[in-house]
Design a protein. Structure first.
Length: 504
């Protein structure tokens, strides 16, 4: 977007652009979200910044009226697969807090000096400023949404000291932490350690993502319904457990995150991964508008606005799940993964029927052969991948691009283009993946009709949102397959990789 496109957006107070850029006003020293209800400033007094961190570095503080830190994140970090997008995904996951700028740069294959130069040029702020802005946003969320002690908020948000926390909140928001905290935040029951937060998102929101996760849930590790999902999760500092609920009947249709257990140092990482799991930073209006222009997808988009692309809570786990489900149904894959879960250890923070952790690559490599059933070639491929991850020979994650992910995974036995494309969708949130050889995609195309002669076989006219086209096609294939069975479990967006890939 150029300057005048953005200026028209703020003049219209268009909520679709909240989180995608901020508006700084030189005469007030304040930056706002695009939909701020205050009077539109003169264009000559306005500077637009890609990130709030850039506005902070330029000396602006956040607007107390529109709260620009309380919006969904920008969808650009998935759309952009360049170094800036990859860095932002890692910064959101807490890499700078855990490993510093040098650790972030090493993961991306750059020197810290090069990385600082690239991010400053692309985003207007370096990695330290971007991480600091993320800490401020997390702190604001905790201050206004929970009853946590101020010291706990400081360390949960990633600050290294109370003084750093106080100084940053005062600089960014122009208020003390006590003043920023509102009087109406929810009070935790006596003796409760649970945290409850509302997760902002852009509407519309299709809750089908809950069903997608529920039918794949591994007992003891995950549980789900059509409006809720919970699981245990291994994070850098320890075990965690959370639950997300969707209430379509409540004002604002809130998504509520309840954290049953977490090391406070892991809280920013948990928040980031939950948002990625439910694709909460997506821009559904832009996606739906593009997909509706395809003759084959128009009716599906109208019937299911705001479809989401499920993410991955753990990259290594996602590879194991993808490989374990080769050429079998979702139900059979769930059975196989339930068997595999037996080699994982019990959770250190059990509760609500969730008492196990998904096994680590080392646990799978060591004990997987005793519990896995099926073709020996598939089992051998899965065990080889687990061993490679366990010994450090295979390292991939949120900081990869689709190309680097494919380069790392394609040499593995049993992994082909379908797997790397699917993992790019789930791990990286890559929005433009089209699984042309997927059997369910082909069934979905038949279910929706062939469309017009002008439509292309690879749906390139839906670019850069073909991953969401894939989600619609999976949904259409599942509905067609369910037929008269009236099985809600059939609405699962199931994909099936080509047979030749499973036999590699």
């Amino acid at each position: 977007m150029d300057f005048w496109q953005r200026y028209r957006a703020i003049d219209a107070r268009d909520t679709r652009f909240d989180g995608q850029f901020v508006t700084a006003v030189r005469t007030t020293g304040i930056y706002c979200r695009p939909s701020c209800p205050a009077r539109t400033p003169k264009a000559s007094n306005v500077t637009f910044y890609e990130t709030s961190a850039a506005a902070h570095d330029a000396g602006y503080r956040a607007c107390k009226r529109c709260l620009p830190e309380a919006v969904p994140g920008t969808p650009a970090w998935n759309l952009r697969q360049d170094i800036a997008g990859r860095a932002m995904r890692l910064i959101s996951d807490g890499v700078v807090t855990r490993d510093g700028v040098d650790g972030l740069a090493a993961r991306l294959g750059y020197s810290s000096r090069q990385l600082n130069r690239i991010l400053s040029q692309e985003l207007g702020a370096g990695p330290l400023s971007l991480a600091r802005a993320g800490r401020a946003q997390t702190a604001r969320t905790l201050l206004v949404s929970t009853s946590m002690k101020l010291a706990d908020v400081a360390f949960a948000a990633g600050f290294s000291s109370i003084r750093q926390f106080n100084d940053t909140i005062a600089e960014v928001f122009g208020m003390t932490p006590t003043a920023l905290r509102t009087a109406g935040h929810p009070k935790a029951p006596a003796g409760s350690t649970a945290l409850t937060l509302n997760l902002p998102y852009r509407e519309p929101f299709d809750p089908g993502v809950f069903t997608f996760l529920a039918v794949r849930a591994i007992p003891g590790i995950e549980a789900g319904t059509s409006t809720s999902y919970s699981r245990t999760l291994r994070l850098p500092q320890g075990d965690a457990r959370f639950r997300v609920d969707y209430d379509a009947g409540a004002p604002g249709r809130p998504l509520t995150l309840t954290i049953g257990a977490v090391d406070l140092r892991d809280l920013p990482s948990l928040l980031s991964r939950v948002r990625r799991l439910f694709d909460l930073d997506a821009d559904p209006e832009a996606i739906d508008s593009a997909l509706a222009g395809n003759a084959r997808l128009a009716a599906a988009v109208a019937g299911t606005p705001g479809i989401r692309m499920p993410g991955a809570m753990d990259p290594a786990e996602m590879l194991v799940r993808a490989m374990a489900g080769q050429q079998i149904t979702v139900a059979a894959a769930r059975t196989a993964l339930t068997q595999l879960a037996a080699v994982g250890r019990p959770s250190l923070s059990p509760g609500e029927g969730l008492e196990r952790m998904f096994p680590t690559p080392a646990e799978i490599a060591g004990g997987g052969s005793a519990v896995l059933r099926g073709p020996q070639r598939r089992i051998a491929a899965l065990l080889a991948a687990a061993a490679a991850m366990a010994d450090g020979g295979l390292d991939f994650g949120y900081g990869d691009s689709p190309e680097s992910l494919a380069a790392k995974l394609l040499p593995l036995p049993g992994v082909g283009p379908w797997t790397t494309g699917y993992l790019a969708m789930r791990i990286l949130g890559a929005p433009d993946v089209f699984l042309a050889n997927d059997a369910a995609v082909r069934n979905g195309i038949r279910a929706l009709g062939e469309g017009t002669a002008a439509s292309t076989a690879d749906f390139r006219e839906a670019s850069p949102w073909r991953s969401y086209a894939t989600m619609h096609l999976w949904r259409a294939a599942a509905r067609r397959a369910s037929g008269n069975r009236r099985s809600t479990a059939a609405h699962t967006n199931q994909g099936t990789r080509p047979a030749e890939e499973a036999n590699r």
